[in-house]
Structures are given as structure tokens and as C-alpha cells.
Ligand binder design. Sequence first.
Ligand code: NAD
Length: 350
Amino acid sequence: MKKIIITGGAGFIGSHVVRRFVKNHPEYQIINLDKLTYAGNLANLRDIENEPNYRFIKGDIVDAAFIQNLFNQEQPDAVIHLAAESHVDRSITNPLEFVMTNVIGTVNLLNAARNTWKGRYDETRFYHVSTDEVYGTLGETGMFTETTAYDPHSPYSASKAGSDHFVRAYHDTYGLNTVVSNCSNNYGSYHFPEKLIPLAIHNIKQNKPVPVYGKGENIRDWLWVEDHARAIEQIFHEAKTGSTYNIGGHNEWKNIDLIRLLCKIMDEKLGREPGESAKLITFVTDRAGHDLRYAIDATKLKEELGWTPSITFEEGLEKTVDWYLANEEWLNDVTSGHYQQYYQEQYANR
Ligand code: NAD
């Protein structure tokens, strides 16, 4: 029996990873460790919360003593680490919170793993989930590979870069069995509506302005969250210790083109005249230090582990819109209170 702690399992990607492991691996015990910040929501896991191989533990990875006690008590065999502060705009307003959770929190987990697993590193695994944003920005050509030098520009990406370096350092220095993956932008169900795609769906539905940074020229590489979760499952089981994989859908979109496509899908779904939703597009002052283009080269993952995305962007986006339209209660729940206040502060003066 393998016991796996998945951190950040109540968040967007974490909930998909937890669900996948709980359903596909009844032989594992899955512990979801999450602080339940504004971004963590146990409603993301309602369908699996009573499964016999699933447990939730509320806790803060920044609390070193708590983390070490948890490891002593539970004696996990592996960690899949997704807990993080994840929103770039919030990192610009409050960088320290990102250093605490993303860097200190990661080091606390690494220390607990090192102490607990001493002498049996080959039977254990520390899997760190990271982002392509650590590589910085690309010009009009080129792609990020696993050997691209780190060049983070936002406090978020700097904190994730720091955490990636610590994970690799614990492999190189102490021999901890680690794996890192760096993934492009995810989209799909249970995505907190401060991020581009769910925010746009939410606002289009409510006939509210859809904010787009600058002229919408920034390019992102989008991957369906369930394809990311599937890649994580495969890398977790098959990667060599100390290895890194880039994960991406080879699917670059200018923000403005993506929003126009979303408006078209929303017009169809809501029975609006073609072009009606696009009238809501509102250009707002660009984000400071906004990276122009991200693009992932996932050749290594494809060639070594045979992973490729399972659906096209158009299919994934339509599935995502359908999910948000069918899950109004979830959306109303997460957009009340805390989020409303933040949203008002962010967009009130634009
Ligand atoms: P999210 O913000 O939706 O979820 C983060 C989760 O971590 C939440 O459930 C939150 O409650 C929990 N958390 C935050 N601080 C914590 C703490 N101190 N202790 C315990 N739990 C804490 O994030 P996401 O978009 O699901 O991203 C998950 C991971 O994947 C992050 O590490 C992120 O850097 C990485 N990633 C995200 C994307 C993306 O497009 N969203 C792409 C690549 C990589």
C-alpha cells in the first residue's frame, strides 16, 4: 500500500490530480493536504470525498513543525506538491506571501521528506509541480525546453523558480528522489474565476466587461487540465529520479484571439447574435513586467513516455464553457465574499 500526500489538492489542478489518483489507484491512500486559502475549495472534490482511499487534512505548508509532525504520523511514501500561491497579479501586490508558501513551504516539505525517508530514497518520491513561467519570456520564435535557462520576471515566477531550484538541490545534495515538471497554462473545470478563461466566461454570461491586458497581444500555450493531470500521473510513475519534464499542448494563442473564440462559443451557447459577446471586450492597462510569449516544447515527454494531449483546444474550450454553464452554484459560491472584494480592488479603477 502506497501512501501519497498531494498538497494543494483543493485547488484547480490539484483537485484534478487527486480525483485521478483516487479513481485510478484504489491501491494507494491519498491524503489531500491543503490550507484552503481563497483558491482552495473542497467542493471541487465532492464526487470523491467519501472514497475509502481518500482523506483531507487541513494544514499550512509554511508551518515547519506541523509538516514534520504530519510526516512522522502518516509516514507517507510520496509527495506530489501542488500547493502554491498561483496568481501573478496577487504576487505583484503581495510578493512575500508567495515567498512564504512557494519557497519556504516547499523547503519545509523537502526537509520533512529528507528526515523521514533517510535510507530509503529509492522507495520514495518527491514530485514538484511547476510552471513554464520560470523560463521568462520568448520573442516571436523558439520554445522552452527542459534545458532553457531560468529567467523569471514576476514575483510569482521568481518564487516558483526558487522552489524548483531547491527541489533539484535536494536531489543533487542529499540524493532525495525528486521529479520536477514545468507546465504551460491550464484551463478547464474548477478553475478559480480570477484567471483569464473562467473570468471571461463568468463576465460574458453576466454581460459584464471582459478585461484584456494591453492590446491582448500576449501569447500563452494552453493545455486542458485533465491532460496535465494525466501527464503528472505518468511522470510520477515512470520518470527517473532527478529528472525534469516540460508539459504543454503545442497550442499557442494570442489572448485577444482566445477571447474572441470564447465570445463566439458563448454567443452560440447563450443564443446571442454573433458578435454580441465580443462587444464586452475591454482593454485594460497592461500588467507590469508582462511576459510576451510562452511556448513549451514537450518533445521529451512525448518521446520518452509517449504522452500527447487528448483533445484539441476548441473541444476543450467548449467542454469548459459547458461545465461553467452547468455549475452555476459552484461559481456563485467561489465568487462571493473574499473574491468579490479582491476583484473590485483589481478592476475598479480601470
Ligand atoms: P490554485 O491557486 O488553484 O490552488 C492552489 C492550492 O494550494 C489551493 O487549494 C490552496 O488552498 C493551496 N495552498 C495555498 N497556500 C497553501 C499553504 N500555505 N499550505 C497548504 N496549501 C496551500 O493553483 P493551481 O492553478 O491549481 O496550480 C497548482 C500548481 O500548479 C501550482 O504549484 C502552480 O504553480 C502550478 N501550475 C499552475 C498552472 C496553471 O495554469 N494554473 C500551470 C503550471 C503550473
